[in-house]
Design a protein around this ligand. Structure first.
Ligand SMILES: Cc1cc2nc3c(=O)[nH]c(=O)nc-3n(C[C@H](O)[C@H](O)[C@H](O)COP(=O)(O)OP(=O)(O)OC[C@H]3O[C@@H](n4cnc5c(N)ncnc54)[C@H](O)[C@@H]3O)c2cc1C
Length: 508
């Protein structure tokens, strides 16, 4: 008789006594067990235990259909591990927590609302990440259970189906995820939603100033972040977990991607990328899109194929390059912290003073936004960046700053339009980092830097792409009649922007 929850492979339910068969070594053992009818949120479910009259050993519980079916699904499931932005098995605190409770059902819920809002590259990358996670899980068990629908409907149903004692997740701090988790927690009723760990080294909300206020400025935040420190990577071991399965919904077809090159998805690829990047003289190369030697880990961090703690554990802060890289990771954490404290800043101005600047609207807006998005502004570094975004679902950081500044300060298009376009196309698109970097560039974010920091697209190109390697890579028509003349004059637009800013300040 198993003394803990066991994997019961067959049930035949008859009145109050069931016969159970469970695998043992190479063979199987049968026993008689008691069955008890229970109500869970108005639905009938049976609990099974054995042996009768000799102490209680829980074997299984679930809906009558499930137990009667005799399928593997009748397996005892003590908890659900609901994957979201943590598509990996290593360094995974929620996996550790779930595994400690007994058998684990690994689930991903394809939320149609998020799916529909994603561009094709993001959709494709998500599907590939899920397939990679499924393949990794299959080395240890039945694989990833996919369900489609609203999480607040799907998870309570699944919890009933497998009689889960808890649903384990990595906490989500973004506004949509946090609100969704509240809805799911309510819908689960007496089955707890257990949040363990976060996608960050230090969970958003944990750090505050001496006066108990949230940090508003990066530098003191990053200092407090380093002083606070972070845990060592979690020792989650998928081989040590008793994984169980359940019926799986079909994933959608992968959208066709024409001329788009995405990085390989999954945890193995993320760890390999990190290994390859380590030792790069980051300070010397990080601003050079032509060299293309940044880590390109943003996409893996976004989907949780790797945890920042895994990276931090490998970094030696006495080394200048590694210290700079750590500062970049701190930017990611800072933006998550700000969004957590000011969730409205996902859509709205962090500093509302700049709301009053004149921006183009109507047809002019459509034309300018269209030319920018297609890479047809006549400014090579801007156009190359926008083509890279379409071609790779990614763009170099220096170029992100240049194209964002150009849209807002040369084309006078409100930052929110650009941020939306980025979120649709970036495979690393992350609400906190995206919206707050856009606000940083637009001058309405957390940064104390004034609005009159305006990037000159010509001198930036000369400085950071000195041999035009980057622009030629993305603009084959450069230097031919097919390449457009500049859409606006940078010097004129810069002057207009500064004038509008002065005017706005004068009004206050
Ligand atoms: C307008 C704009 C929009 C952006 N949108 C996003 C976004 O949606 N998602 C995203 O992950 N990053 C965003 N960034 C930040 C930055 O451009 C990318 O993180 C970086 O280019 C990713 O490439 P990498 O992994 O090679 O970076 P590396 O230079 O190798 O940096 C290592 C890691 O540090 C973090 N990091 C670096 N710079 C920043 C930064 N400024 N803000 C936040 N984190 C940073 C990232 O996680 C990155 O993977 C945006 C920047 C701008 C200017």
């Amino acid at each position: 008789m198993p003394s803990t929850l066991g994997r019961v492979s067959h049930f035949s339910v008859d009145a109050q006594i069931v016969q159970c068969v469970w695998p043992q070594g190479a063979g199987a053992r049968a026993c008689w067990a008691h069955v008890e009818r229970r109500q869970r949120r108005g639905r009938t479910c049976w609990a099974v235990w054995a042996p009768p009259g000799n102490g209680r050993h829980d074997l299984a519980s679930g809906s009558p259909d499930l137990l009667r079916s005799g399928r593997q699904d009748g397996t005892v499931t003590s908890s659900i591990l609901w994957f979201r932005r943590d598509l990996r098995l290593g360094d995974h605190p929620a996996l550790l927590a779930a595994g400690d409770e007994g058998p684990v059902l690994p689930v991903f819920v394809l939320d149609e609302a998020l799916w529909a809002a994603s561009g094709r590259p993001r959709q494709a990358f998500l599907l590939r990440s899920l397939r990679a996670l499924d393949a990794d899980l299959r080395r240890h068990g039945p694989g990833l259970v996919i369900r489609r629908g609203l999480p607040e409907e799907v998870l309570p149903e699944l919890a009933d189906e497998v009689a889960a004692a808890a649903v384990h997740v990595t906490a989500d701090f973004a506004p949509y995820g946090a609100a969704r988790d509240e809805r799911v927690a309510r819908a689960l009723g007496d089955v707890p939603l257990v949040r363990t760990g976060s996608p960050y080294a230090v969970a958003p909300g944990r750090l505050s100033t001496g006066a108990g206020q949230p940090y508003k400025v990066y530098t003191p935040f990053s200092k407090a972040w380093v002083d606070h420190g972070w845990r060592a990577p979690a020792a989650s071991d998928p081989a040590a977990v008793d994984w169980v399965g359940a019926p799986v919904d079909e994933l959608p077809e992968e959208p066709e991607l024409v001329g788009v090159m995405l990085p390989e998805a999954g945890e193995t690829a993320a760890l390999a990328r990190w290994d390859e990047f380590k030792g790069t003289p980051y300070d010397d190369v990080r601003d050079r899109p032509d060299l293309d030697e940044t880590s390109r880990l943003s996409t893996y961090l976004r989907w949780g194929a790797i945890h920042p703690r895994t990276l931090l554990a490998d970094l030696d802060a006495r080394h200048p390059h590694e210290r700079t890289f750590r500062k970049e990771l701190a930017w990611r954490e800072f933006h998550a912290h700000v969004l957590h404290h000011w969730p409205d800043s996902a859509r709205d101005y962090y500093k509302p003073e700049l709301k009053g600047l004149p921006y183009v609207t109507g047809r002019e807006l459509d034309e300018r936004l269209g030319a920018w998005a297609d890479g047809r502004t006549g400014y090579p570094i801007v156009d190359a960046g926008m083509r890279q975004l379409l071609g790779e679902g990614w763009m170099h950081n220096r170029v992100r700053m240049i194209v964002a500044s150009f849209l807002v300060k040369d084309l006078h298009v409100e930052w929110t339009h650009g941020a939306r376009h980025f979120m649709r196309h970036l495979v690393d698109g992350d609400l906190a980092s995206n919206q707050h970097n856009w606000q940083w560039v637009a001058g309405c974010g957390t940064d104390a830097a004034p609005y009159f920091r305006i990037f000159n697209p010509t001198t930036q190109g000369e400085r950071f792409d000195p041999d035009s390697t980057y622009v030629r890579r993305w603009l084959p028509e450069l230097g031919t009649d097919d390449y457009p003349a500049p859409i606006v004059d940078h010097a004129e637009q810069r002057a207009a922007t500064l004038e509008a800013y002065q005017h706005l300040r004068g009004q206050r």
